[in-house]
Ligand binder design. Structure first.
Ligand SMILES: Nc1ncnc2c1ncn2[C@@H]1O[C@H](COP(=O)(O)OP(=O)(O)OP(=O)(O)O)[C@@H](O)[C@H]1O
Ligand SMILES: [Mg+2]
Length: 271
């Protein structure tokens, strides 16, 4: 256990160092050429048909601006501003216990970010024991995200694009040994390569719940910050407390979302 803690701490320090040492971008002709190449890499990602009605049934409502999208848009903007302020790119979505609304929130954030034409975003389904993003989108990616993380398939062949600027890396089915994959250095390297190749402004990771197994704990070293989703009338205070402390040991806690709270004024969460 101590060895695991030490390994996680080392990985976190390395990632923090990388962020600090990242070069400040400068405009140049070379950059113009790089931009064209980057645009092309995004254009080369396969697209897929989004079944809007099915998404709305699952409370994913942010493809267009609307009253129901507004709470998620506010969340998107708050998250984005805070991440920018800190120079963060990678956001984990987790919760104390299952069925809190993690995937719903992650999909709404990704599609809401997609309406920002000047941003590029990604959603990666790392709830590898019980992946759901592909079910939300009623699609089957050509390969599973586990193949990308193992280095067997390139992200360019696996990810699917919605619009010009949002990429989804989804699973086809559950993985046998999620913790091994989420803890591995190879996974960290693959994610670094994806980030370097596609230069997304935001990478969202849909993760499992913290208090049910060690998978989220194993992965958090790879992100800059985490959003904790709680569910009204379901999540207990002590569960949130333990979850928040666990997450804070490994990354920055960006905030907590109270999902499905039904007794508030118009400006409250989601229903
Ligand atoms: N605000 C809400 N109001 C009502 N139902 C909701 C709300 N948010 C999510 N749900 C529903 O709750 C269920 C669980 O949501 P979701 O799959 O997003 O949670 P999750 O935390 O990702 O679950 P899991 O732990 O299984 O990954 C879904 O049926 C979803 O439609
Ligand atoms: Mg989920």
């Amino acid at each position: 256990m101590e060895k695991l803690q030490a390994a996680l701490e080392n990985a976190r320090k390395t990632r923090a160092g990388k962020l600090r040492d990242a070069p400040v971008p400068r405009r140049s002709r070379q950059q113009g050429e790089d931009c064209d190449a980057l645009d092309q890499r995004w254009q080369d990602l396969q697209t897929f048909e989004v079944a809007d009605r099915a998404l709305i049934k699952r409370r994913v409502v942010t493809r267009q601006a609307s009253a129901s999208a507004t709470p998620f848009d506010i969340l998107r903007t708050k998250v984005l501003l805070q991440m920018r302020q800190n120079g963060w790119k990678r956001l984990a979505i987790t919760s104390p216990m299952p069925k809190s609304g993690k995937t719903t929130t992650a999909c709404n954030l990704a599609l809401g970010l997609g309406r920002q034409r000047d941003l590029r975003s990604m959603l990666l389904d790392l709830d590898l024991r019980d992946p759901a993003v592909h079910q939300f989108f009623q699609t089957r990616p050509p390969h599973t995200i586990g193949d990308v993380l193992r280095g067997d398939v390139d992200f360019s062949e696996q990810a699917l694009r919605v619009g010009d600027n949002v990429a989804f890396s989804m699973a086809q089915s559950a993985e046998d040994d999620p913790t091994r994959l989420l803890l591995s250095n190879e996974t960290a390297d693959v994610l670094d390569r994806i980030e370097a190749t596609y230069q997304p402004d935001v990478m969202i990771f849909d993760l499992p719940s913290v208090l049910v197994n060690d998978e989220t704990r194993a992965f958090l070293k790879n992100v800059d910050c985490a959003l904790i989703i709680t569910r009204a009338n379901t999540t207990r205070y002590n569960q949130l407390d333990v979850c928040e402390r666990e997450v804070a040991e490994h990354t920055n806690v960006l905030g907590t979302v109270l999902n499905a709270y039904r007794y508030a004024d118009n400006n409250t969460a989601t229903d």
